[in-house]
Design a protein around this ligand. Structure first.
Ligand SMILES: NC(=O)c1ccc[n+]([C@@H]2O[C@H](COP(=O)([O-])OP(=O)(O)OC[C@H]3O[C@@H](n4cnc5c(N)ncnc54)[C@H](OP(=O)(O)O)[C@@H]3O)[C@@H](O)[C@H]2O)c1
Length: 298
């Protein structure tokens, strides 16, 4: 069984590739540029293609049985996703697992939520077997905070006080691999949420304990300033983020909404995710401890 993985060089997709190989699947990885040697294990086939280019995607889908579809952050992710979806249907794929976002339908004023919800609805309305994954805020976003945390001692993400659902990308990927290699996940939508929720003050307290110094929560009072900072400095959720004006605004809208309405999950949602994984989801505090140890050793 051959599975095409989009976003395969990214945080989630690279873990999906590993999880699928562990489960014995044949993996084809989509990427726009020839990857550097060692990016993927030798068993992985490479397909060069761009989700904005249907010709390259039709080629990448040849002889493929199933698709893991993840779109990188892009203002045209809706178009990209629907191109991949229509071509997968045309190619007669047996299953699609789509990486959406937690509460996609609750934050329609945020472009990257609205795009994913539109894709979800197209998939649900279509006839192709599918699983939709709805991951919460990635633990791994925190990797980009090293300078702020270890330098001035600021937790800069305006997570607010209400609670933001969070998840480890390795758990997202394991669930994706399960949905693509086991029976019983067709037509299902899974929330991917850990047991802990993040607030700005709690995150600052966690990092204070782990780094042995006082970390201050930067707060969430001035979103004009937050957006202007992102526009100048780049995506705060990525170490490699380049300044992107649309993304600065999109993330501003997201965090404003999180501050206002929260992005909370329930214990039942976590229990359902644990049942899918076969174990409890990883916790934010253990990931933060992992990261702090890595920074201390560097
Ligand atoms: N950060 C969060 O907390 C969070 C939470 C929930 C959902 N999400 C969603 O997760 C997604 C990002 O996942 P990630 O962090 O794993 O991605 P990432 O590490 O930023 O990597 C982006 C991937 O997308 C690929 N890509 C970008 N543009 C492409 C195009 N035009 N055609 C083909 N491939 C393209 C890149 O491949 P190449 O560069 O190799 O071509 C790369 O593999 C976004 O949709 C975001 O909204 C994020």
């Amino acid at each position: 069984m051959k599975i095409l993985v989009t976003g395969a060089t990214g945080r989630v997709g690279s873990e999906v590739v590993k999880a699928l190989l562990q489960r014995g699947a044949d993996v084809r990885a989509l990427t726009r540029k020839q990857p550097k040697p060692g990016t993927f294990p030798s068993a992985v086939e490479i397909a060069l293609g761009d989700l904005t280019d249907p010709v390259s995607i039709a080629e990448a889908l040849k002889s493929v049985d199933k698709l893991f579809l993840l779109n990188g952050g892009s203002p045209d992710e809706l178009t990209q996703a629907l191109i991949a979806y229509s071509l997968s249907k045309k190619a007669g794929l047996k299953h699609l697992t789509y990486a959406s976002i937690y509460q996609a339908d609750q934050f329609l004023e945020v472009p990257h939520f609205a795009a994913k919800y539109a894709v979800e609805e197209a998939i649900r309305a279509g006839k192709m077997p599918y699983t939709i994954l709805r991951p919460a805020y990635f633990f791994q976003n925190e990797r980009a905070l090293k300078a702020a945390l270890t330098g001035p001692g600021v937790y800069p993400i305006p997570a607010g006080n209400q609670g933001v659902a969070v998840v480890d990308v390795r758990d997202i990927a394991k669930a994706a691999a399960i949905s693509l290699t086991e029976e019983g996940h067709q037509g299902k939508t899974y929330d991917q949420v850990s047991a802990e929720m993040l607030t700005g003050p709690d995150a600052a307290a966690t990092w204070s304990r782990l780094l042995g110094k006082e970390i201050t929560y930067a707060g969430h009072a001035d979103f004009d300033n937050f957006e202007a900072h992102l526009r100048k400095k780049g995506n705060p959720l990525r170490e490699t983020g380049n300044p992107m004006s649309w993304l600065a605004h999109d993330l501003r809208l997201m965090f404003e909404a999180f501050v206002e309405r929260g992005f909370r999950n329930t214990e039942d949602q976590t229990a359902r995710f644990a049942a899918l994984l076969g174990h409890q989801p990883k916790t934010y505090s253990s990931y933060a401890a992992e990261l702090a140890a890595e920074w201390a050793a560097a």
